[in-house]
Ligand binder design. Sequence first.
Ligand SMILES: CC(C)(COP(=O)(O)OP(=O)(O)OC[C@H]1O[C@@H](n2cnc3c(N)ncnc32)[C@H](O)[C@@H]1OP(=O)(O)O)[C@@H](O)C(=O)NCCC(=O)NCCS
Length: 211
Amino acid sequence: MAEAVFEHRLSEPADFAAAGIPMPEDLAEAVPMRRAAHLAGRICAREALRAAGAAEHMVGRDRSGAPIWPAGYLGSITHAGQLAAAAVIRADACRGLGLDYEICMTGEVAEEISDLVLRPADRKGIAALAGVSFEEGATLVFSLKESLYKAIAPSLGTFTGFEDAELASIGDGRARLRLVRRLSDALPDGTEVDCVYALTGGAVRTLAVLA
Ligand SMILES: CC(C)(COP(=O)(O)OP(=O)(O)OC[C@H]1O[C@@H](n2cnc3c(N)ncnc32)[C@H](O)[C@@H]1OP(=O)(O)O)[C@@H](O)C(=O)NCCC(=O)NCCS
């Protein structure tokens, strides 16, 4: 696992060259902030691969934008605000890993996205969390489901929506998400995925591990 606070100005081709990381063609015209986030995420991915003991540290990118990890490793990259992070694990340890950071939504945004993102079990779960506002809880469930998506998408090849999973349990930095429909033979209805989370300084950090 690696995490960094990055500067939005570090987004030029020279910055990518200095870091030894290729700038994807489709990001050449992107806003500087997006390029800086990509660069910071890839630097974190390299550090996380080193920490996991990998011999190869370069992460590719498929057509959908998903990272391609060196053989024998799985991982996930995220960025939010000025934070970037990557988590890496040996591929024989689990089927998928998803990492997601989000800056806490405002109350207005949380209300707007709530019908799309929250199932009744999610609303019940976050309402029971002591000291957590509705917008923090909504951001938390949003992030948990994004982490779940990242953990399952590379091996799935089909779309999943926020309505396809709900909280089975949440509290004390741990959560379980349950699939409420069959996504594939390997991901039947009722599959549960373990997650961990942290809510600090206006940011939400979540990690999902598909066993
Ligand atoms: C792709 C997606 C997960 C990115 O999440 P995000 O919160 O917008 O952005 P983050 O900064 O956290 O993550 C971006 C990184 O995710 C990675 N990523 C992109 N597509 C991915 C995919 N299909 N699978 C795994 N990782 C992916 C990339 O590394 C990307 O960074 P990079 O382009 O700079 O390399 C999101 O935009 C999305 O499409 N979600 C699906 C919606 C959904 O249905 N979720 C709930 C299902 S239960």
